[in-house]
Design a protein around this ligand. Sequence first.
Ligand code: FE2
Ligand code: FE2
Length: 270
Amino acid sequence: MRLGTGWLPLLPYPMPNPKSSTHVRFAAVGDLHVQKESAGALRGFFAQADDEADALLLCGDLTDYGTEEEARILAEELGAVHIPVVAVLGNHDYESGTPEVVVGTLTQAGVRVLDGSVCEIEGVGIAGVKGFGGGFGRGSLGAWGEPAIKLFVQEALNEAMKLESALAKLRTRHRIALLHYSPVIGTVQGEPVEIFPFLGSSRLEAPLLRYPMDAVFHGHAHRGALESRTINGVPVYNVAKPLLQRSHPDRPPFFLYEVQREPLEEPAAT
Ligand SMILES: [Fe+2]
Ligand SMILES: [Fe+2]
């Protein structure tokens, strides 16, 4: 684990000092599953995130069916947020076959939607990709046999390659990865074991081992576990909203995570 980072689930809530001058604070949540009926229901939640964090990270399944209407409702609800919003799509955002409409609507509203791309928030680099399934460790599906199996595995490999090339672009000291699917088995524990292969893929873990990472956030496993680690010790947080609501029913369902701010450089003596 890298110095200067930490998670805040056990701090008293609400926190006495919402914003910090020494740390960049992220509010992370996935699986909002915005529907028609969500209009007006998320503004208060987003306003709280806006009060308490320096940026909002959304880990996919932003909408329930990936429709333009749902994306527009989410964009309107995000009107309560003035801090930067960074997102990746989830599988639900593809359901209507027009993920580009979801991306376009949210981008117009100022959301940075990452898909193998990066952004930087106050010196912290963020690489984002949806990811894909395929299973974990020895249970990973191999690209062997029927073309449909090979296509399935190729999708996971493509997402892993996108993550790797995004991470390679970052030059920041601190790095965060934003995913929808899990890169490790630890944070899907709690789900029925029969569906583990559809919740993530170890292929997504490989790029995370090649770069110094602060943390990884994902969603998708609504009944999974809040925290695990990659095999080299990087914390992985499952921030699916239903899981956060169950884990901490006394506080708003976003996960707060801090990264120490870089000290300002002294002006050179003349
Ligand atoms: Fe979901
Ligand atoms: Fe999902």
